[in-house]
Ligand binder design. Structure first.
Ligand SMILES: Nc1ccn([C@@H]2O[C@H](COP(=O)(O)OP(=O)(O)OP(=O)(O)O)[C@@H](O)[C@H]2O)c(=O)n1
Ligand SMILES: C[C@](O)(CO)[C@H](O)COP(=O)(O)O
Length: 240
């Protein structure tokens, strides 16, 4: 066994979980139901996301975080779509931070357990991105999926701005995967509005964030046009 294979084998021995956060209300989408329930190619966004993890080749347990008002609706959707991927359903919180925290409290593994956090509204995440995230977190303690900016970037205001070195700009996605010990410690902190993702919570405890390769196709469904884009990308994926 090569050193790389051995490392990967060891990280395979750790128990693995994913917290899929679906507790948001989708205000920017302005749809009749939260965007995680909108259909892409006939199936709710959230089901595509859960299928991506279930079929990723990683043996993992799924925790689904949903606002309590939508638990019954979710059960009905599962029946309607004959959706039977095993998962634990947990109540969502006031913000993404609180939803992740609720999901985290439902996982009882030891400190080495690997926990990925993933947006329910990123249904196009590839098996490669998911596997890379768990493997890297197993070796280095954390792995935050990101892509390099394709556009030039400036910082400032419309009147005064400076160009930034594009090669040093990363756009952050999910999954973001951590050893349970350090994720739990991070989520003991008081909430701050600056916590826009899990990396920003964990880095406050002094941990260096590790970036791993994401994909420009791993989009987050946020605005109405994203549904049409996701449909196209999913069709493309199905034909590859
Ligand atoms: N209280 C919250 C808020 C957000 N999320 C989840 O965090 C992810 C990323 O959030 P975002 O795209 O901002 O979703 P919403 O908060 O639903 O959208 P908006 O900001 O437009 O209202 C989504 O999967 C969302 O469901 C969550 O679990 N609990
Ligand atoms: C977690 C995230 O998807 C990483 O890009 C992002 O920070 C969520 O941001 P939002 O403002 O809640 O959409």
């Amino acid at each position: 066994m090569t050193e790389a294979n051995l490392k990967s084998h060891i990280s395979n021995l750790k128990s693995k979980h994913v917290i899929i956060v679906a507790g948001g209300s989708g205000t920017r989408m302005q749809a009749a139901v939260p965007k995680q329930f909108l259909l892409i190619n006939g199936l709710p966004v959230l089901m595509h996301t859960m299928l991506a993890f279930h079929n990723s080749g990683v043996n993992l347990d799924i925790v689904l975080v949903l606002h309590p008002d939508f638990h019954e609706y979710w059960h009905q959707l599962c029946k309607k779509h004959s959706f039977s991927i095993p998962h634990l359903l947990v109540a969502g919180g006031e913000t993404r931070f609180h939803s992740v925290k609720n999901g985290l409290n439902s996982i009882h593994g030891d400190e080495q357990t690997l926990i990925a956090v993933h947006d329910a509204v990123r249904p196009l995440t590839s098996a490669f991105v998911i596997q890379t995230s768990y493997n890297h977190a197993g070796e280095h303690g954390n792995a935050v999926t990101a892509v390099k900016s394709r556009d030039s970037v400036r910082r400032g205001t419309t009147d005064k701005s400076v160009s930034l070195l594009r090669d040093e700009i990363y756009l952050v996605q999910t999954p973001q995967t951590f050893k349970a010990g350090l994720l739990r410690k991070a989520y003991e902190q008081a909430f701050s509005p600056n916590f826009t993702d899990d990396a920003s919570v964990v880095e406050q405890t002094g941990i260096d964030i590790q970036l791993t390769e994401g994909s420009h196709e791993n989009i987050k469904i946020t605005f109405p046009e994203d549904i049409a884009i996701a449909e196209l990308l999913l069709r493309k994926k199905a034909t590859v």
